[in-house]
Design a protein around this ligand. Structure first.
Ligand code: NAD
Length: 380
């Protein structure tokens, strides 16, 4: 019986290996990107998501409509509702992203998305993981700022590989062992490293921290680190530093050293974990937004989930919309509208840091999401 299982597992492994080699070959060919500064029509898809999603997205939509009023009126920008992505829709057709919703998303240039619930257990895959894979959104970019401490970090997390590429396709010899796979490709690492160093150069940063566990994961993280350094050699004015993920998680909670870091470049799983830690340092997951970038498409969202317990306890209306508003700021920058992004960032800073006339706490003791949205619109 065990011999048969070993043979079956070896066959399964060969299938995975061939699939991943094909994926790497497709990536190496690259994809065409859009020059938004010159584009005469930009479609922004809007998907509400689940739980607190529709509540926080209502405020993001109002802010987008105000900031882009002229462009919407002239037809240069279109805000397009994307339906079919709620948990009920996904469960009804047993698809992580229903085919017609995926087609609608692919008809847009960028997507502003509320959080989507992934049920525990069962077979429904995460809508996010599926969208990242289908749209090839290879970079997860998260800025974290704490101005009073001099913290101005930006994380470039590889978004499609590592432990996530084959997360549901491991091997099991029942009662004896389980084995998952971690994948690092040349093309996949090169493109995320390039994006991080390009960002550093364009934004006057002189240091990039390459964060891995290459002392233990010698093949995958070893390759990630080696390729990151190869890319770094094209940027002699930027220092590429090697860090291990364990000490880096400690560094982030060490006020004596943490403000020296600028740009972080990480494989998928480490990036997933450490960016939530970083968001917490900034003030909680309700305060952070993220961008999922590919060559052709991009998706912008809050870093948190759909907060189902908040809905159950009747506190959904008190959710903090700052996270999705920061995602909107990232979206505006991505579509080459930096002055609109700055306007939103300044208004948000005024509302949450300096003036703070309306304060959201995430609970009934604070202002509601809607009240905060009214306050922000007044300042925009
Ligand atoms: P969560 O992020 O939804 O909630 C974690 C904690 O943060 C909770 O206490 C919640 O009340 C609080 N919180 C989250 N957003 C807030 C906001 N805007 N304002 C105030 N407080 C806020 O994490 P979870 O409970 O682990 O996940 C819930 C669901 O969301 C799961 O189904 C998960 O799969 C999904 N999820 C989706 C995404 C996404 O779509 N990008 C990301 C993470 C989790």
């Amino acid at each position: 019986m065990t011999e048969e299982m070993i043979a079956a597992a070896a066959g399964h492994f060969e299938t995975l290996l061939r699939e991943q080699l094909r994926r790497q070959a497709r990536m190496a060919q690259g994809a065409e990107s859009k020059d938004y500064a010159k584009a005469d029509h930009i479609v922004i898809g809007i998907a509400d998501g689940d739980g607190i999603g529709p509540i926080i997205m209502r405020e993001a939509r109002r802010a987008a409509e105000k900031l882009l009023r002229g462009e919407i009126a002239s037809g240069r920008v279109e805000l397009r509702e994307i339906r079919g992505l709620t948990l009920e829709d996904r469960l009804a057709c047993a698809q992580a992203v229903p085919a017609d919703a995926l087609e609608a998303v692919k008809g847009c240039d960028v997507l502003l998305k509320g959080p989507t619930t992934t049920p525990k257990g069962g077979t429904l895959e995460s809508a996010n993981v599926t969208l990242r894979r289908e749209l090839d959104l290879y970079a997860n970019v998260r800025p974290v700022c704490v101005p009073e401490e001099g913290i101005d970090w930006i994380f470039f997390r590889e978004n499609t590989e590592g432990e996530y590429a084959l997360g549901s396709r491991g091997i099991e010899i029942p009662g004896e062992l389980t084995m998952d796979f971690k994948v690092t490709t040349d093309a996949g690492t090169r493109r995320i490293a390039r994006m991080a160093f390009e960002y550093a150069r364009a934004n006057g940063k002189n240091r990039v921290a390459i964060v891995t566990k290459a002392n233990i994961m010698k093949k995958t993280d070893g390759m990630f680190s080696r390729i990151a350094h190869e890319v770094a050699s094209d940027y002699p004015d930027i220092e590429a530093e090697d860090w291990y993920i364990d000490i880096m998680t400690a560094n982030l909670v060490n006020p004596a050293v943490r403000n020296r870091f600028q740009v972080f470049l990480l494989p998928n799983l480490y990036g997933d974990i450490i960016t939530d830690e970083a968001a917490q340092i900034q003030g909680g997951v309700g305060t952070a937004g993220s961008a999922n970038l590919g060559s052709r498409y991009a998706m912008f969202e809050a870093v948190h989930g759909s907060a189902p317990r908040k809905i159950e306890s009747g506190e959904g209306d008190y959710a903090n919309p700052a996270s999705i508003l920061k995602a909107l700021e990232l979206l505006l920058r991505h579509i080459a509208m930096p002055e609109k992004a700055d306007r939103l960032a300044e208004a948000l800073h005024l509302c949450t840091e300096t003036e703070r006339r309306v304060v959201v706490t995430g609970h009934r003791d604070g202002a509601s999401c809607r009240e905060f949205g009214d306050y922000l619109l007044e300042k925009l």
